[in-house]
Design a protein. Structure first.
Length: 86
């Protein structure tokens, strides 16, 4: 089994056994429905988002980097800088 398949199996098992927030599972499955190969999630009623591989890759990189509330505040400030008064 390839390393990627093993990681995906671990993630799928964790999601299957986790009784977390339904909103999280819906978000996760909507992301999957948005990508090529996600047709089954869409058939199960999860509406695709208007995202693709690039957005998913950026989201994954950002989520892997976030470690604190300050990190969240930092990225929001970078995306929406306060206007400087002159």
């Amino acid at each position: 089994m390839a390393v990627t398949e093993r990681i995906l199996d671990e993630i799928a098992l964790e999601l299957y056994n986790w009784n977390g927030l339904p909103e999280w599972m819906e978000l996760f499955l909507r992301v999957l429905a948005s990508l090529p190969g996600g047709e089954r999630a869409e058939e199960l009623g999860f509406a695709p988002l208007t995202i693709g591989w690039r957005e998913v890759a950026l989201l994954g990189r950002w989520l892997s980097a976030v470690e604190s509330a300050e990190d969240v505040q930092y990225i929001i400030a970078e995306l929406f800088p306060e206007e400087v008064e002159t």
